[in-house]
Ligand binder design. Sequence first.
Ligand SMILES: C[S@@+](CC[C@H](N)C(=O)[O-])C[C@H]1O[C@@H](n2cnc3c(N)ncnc32)[C@H](O)[C@@H]1O
Length: 295
Amino acid sequence: MRMGTPLCTALSRSGRSAAAGLACRAGLLSTMPCASMLVPSRAATTKQWLRRQISDPFVRQAVIDNYRSRAAFKLDYLAAKHRLFREGMVVLDLGACPGGWSQVAARCVAASEGEGIVVSVDLQPIDPIPGVHFIQADVMSSETLDAIEIMIANTLRNRQAEVSGRGSMHRISDIQAMKAQIGSPAKSARVVDVVLSDMAPAFSGNRTVDVTRTTELCEMALTVANRLLKKKGSLVCKFLQGESFNELRALLEAHFETVMHVKPPASRKESTEMFLVCLKFKGPTAAGHIEATEK
Ligand SMILES: C[S@@+](CC[C@H](N)C(=O)[O-])C[C@H]1O[C@@H](n2cnc3c(N)ncnc32)[C@H](O)[C@@H]1O
């Protein structure tokens, strides 16, 4: 989020905190994962949150590196450690707002040079990112899965012509028009090299509920991977440590040759979040398919 964006303006105008205005001007509010999920509701919480932002070295580095979120460093770490990306790869980023992971993926696959492809999805809009094709939609919906396939097929078709460095922004309704041009979306199936999911629900504060919802998002990421991922492809998904972990890990192990759980240095120690890095997709199975909701 840049200075003058709705969050900065709202925080400054509300007079809720002078520090908020200062932090906006310093660019520190640009590094929040998702504005609507994290804007604290009370002044005390706001101050606490701002203090944490200002003293966080990853927040400061994100401003310097022009990343939209400190979360970018989590993917940066995972990508380097597990050699997730190569130039020319096709990457799908689920839960992309405000865009830190998409920025990292786009750089690693050389998306803005017309080499690789990054398609990103989130419930919330993002500002365009060079080389990234963004769909504002709910990953839990079956029409979103269709839209992702169409988007990837269309982008592959136009890849040579698209060395413009620009990103693109879409809603589901825009994508229907592409379908007529490319024919059956099945033509695009199994071209994705890496599926990323940093999806997180709006946290309720109830640990069991939050763990369950986050696990459901991981399962959905597996469903998407099961439909689109190439054999030997990779999946990275965020989960919260809790009761469902062993079951989730077993489910992923049924689909990938290697499954590791990793806590990157940029993931806050007090957070129960971790990432499952799943390498070498074995190929699609009926068991990996969890029904998306019809809309
Ligand atoms: C932690 S943020 C992602 C941060 C992002 N990876 C980055 O680097 O900037 C989690 C995101 O998941 C998104 N999300 C949660 N549920 C979703 C769903 N069902 N469909 C699409 N996006 C979802 C939220 O809107 C939120 O923006």
